[in-house]
Design a protein around this ligand. Structure first.
Ligand code: C5P
Length: 399
């Protein structure tokens, strides 16, 4: 019973391979999973809601505007009351809708509303699979964190061969087990990551901020989850989506970020990648500051708490390894060494954020790892690769 107690939401798309989804329901239930199905209009041309309901033992959902369904559970709860979503078969159209963020029926609306991990099992004609549009959508969905199983190569219903066959139900089950039963060097560990900027209000409509995009911090959270960790991501205001399967806590100010970090303890490893504002506006007002001709307001600033230093200096529940970032524009390593000492952390990941480097908001990063034992300089890497390499390195340092 490898999937015992897991709640699977199975979205069945409209393709001839939909009949295999019925077998998939049986296989999932044999392993102890609870399965709830959504059938698209296309799917219902191939299999019936009654068959899906009979095999799953749960009502099968079909209609976004069904009054009984909405009163009973509703599409937003459907998107939440599960542990994982499988889309099988995922048609070219369903992939396109997901990649484009469309929500024009129950299946696509739930897929847009969910923050659960998603496993897609595509099935379509090989030419449709290989079409640049589908390949583009595949890349977009992978970047969004969607996982894929298949498609396989082989004879197709239309007497063609090529990539496009739905993965076999047992392959889909195996991919799901791999997704849900974590493996990797951080299994059983709790990793806490801060990411993004903070916004410090001046008045209800204005704030002080910085150029951090959250790309590096979010990539670290994803890499830690890939390495098997349970991850809490405390994120300032960013335009990035929440990484699937990761508990993401949204905050705005440094004070809120500190409170969220403290509430998330204990952790085995804490990585502070956020660009926290050093100062907040001391006398932020609840009323919008009026513009008056000839009068220039001046802002009095107050110091923000240093989250990294606060956590690194904790006595009772200090995380086993505490990592800080140092964004500098000159003498990067010198400043990082001082910061390591001052903040009391175990490692500083230092990077040059001079405008010419394009690091702030960009996709690449060149970092130096500064610890008590020395400095290690890595080549220019994509932020995802910096994240993976950093997580692998830190996993070895954990007590
Ligand atoms: O002092 P500086 O801002 O350069 O230090 C950067 C490191 O300290 C980063 O890891 C950042 O997340 C953390 N930091 C913090 N709270 C602050 C300021 C910085 O956690 N108020």
């Amino acid at each position: 019973m490898t999937l015992s107690g897991q709640r699977v939401l199975l979205v069945i798309g409209g393709g001839i391979a939909a009949y295999k989804s019925l077998d998939l329901i049986r296989r999932l239930r044999e392993r102890g999973a609870r399965v709830r199905c959504i059938l698209t209009a296309g799917a219902q041309q191939f299999v019936t809601p009654l068959a899906a309901a009979s095999l799953s033992g749960e009502h099968a959902h079909t209609d976004l505007f069904d009054r009984d369904d909405e009163a009973d559970i509703g599409h937003i709860r459907l998107a939440r009351d599960a542990d994982v979503v499988i889309v099988a078969p995922a048609t070219a159209n369903l992939m396109a809708k997901m990649a484009g963020g469309h929500a024009d029926d129950l299946a696509s609306t739930v897929l847009l509303a969910t923050t659960l991990p998603i496993l897609l099992a595509p099935a379509m004609n090989p030419r449709m699979w290989l079409h640049p549009a589908t390949q583009r959508n595949l890349a977009v969905l992978m970047a969004d964190g969607v996982r894929f199983v298949g498609p396989n190569e082989g004879p197709m219903a239309e007497a063609e061969t090529g990539p496009g066959r739905l993965a076999e139900p047992l392959e889909i089950v195996a991919a799901l087990e791999q997704m849900l039963v974590p493996s990797g060097p951080l299994v059983g560990r709790h990793v806490l990551v801060t990411s993004g900027p903070t916004h410090e209000p001046i008045d209800p409509v204005r704030y002080i901020a910085n150029r951090s995009s959250g790309k590096q911090g979010h990539a670290i959270a994803r890499a830690a989850a890939e390495a098997g960790a349970r991850v809490t991501l405390v994120s300032g205001p960013v335009t990035l989506p929440d990484p699937p399967g990761i508990r993401t806590i949204h905050v705005e100010t440094a004070a809120e970020m500190l409170a969220a970090v403290e509430a998330a303890l204990p952790a085995d490893l804490a990585i502070f990648a956020a660009a926290v504002a050093d100062w907040r506006v001391a006398d932020a007002t609840d009323r919008k500051i009026k513009k008056e001709p000839g009068r220039l307001p001046s802002l009095a600033l107050a110091e923000n708490p240093d989250i990294l230093a606060t956590i690194a200096h904790r006595v009772s529940d200090r995380p086993g390894v505490v990592v800080g970032f140092a964004a500098e524009t000159n003498d990067v390593v010198v400043h990082a060494r001082q910061k390591l000492e001052r903040k009391g952390c175990d490692l500083i990941v230092a990077n040059d954020v001079s405008t010419a480097t394009g690091v702030m908001g960009g996709d690449d990063n060149t970092v130096h790892l500064v610890s008590a034992t020395g400095v290690e300089t890595w080549p220019k890497l994509r932020k995802e690769d910096v994240a993976r390499r950093l997580v692998a390195e830190l996993a070895q340092r954990l007590p």
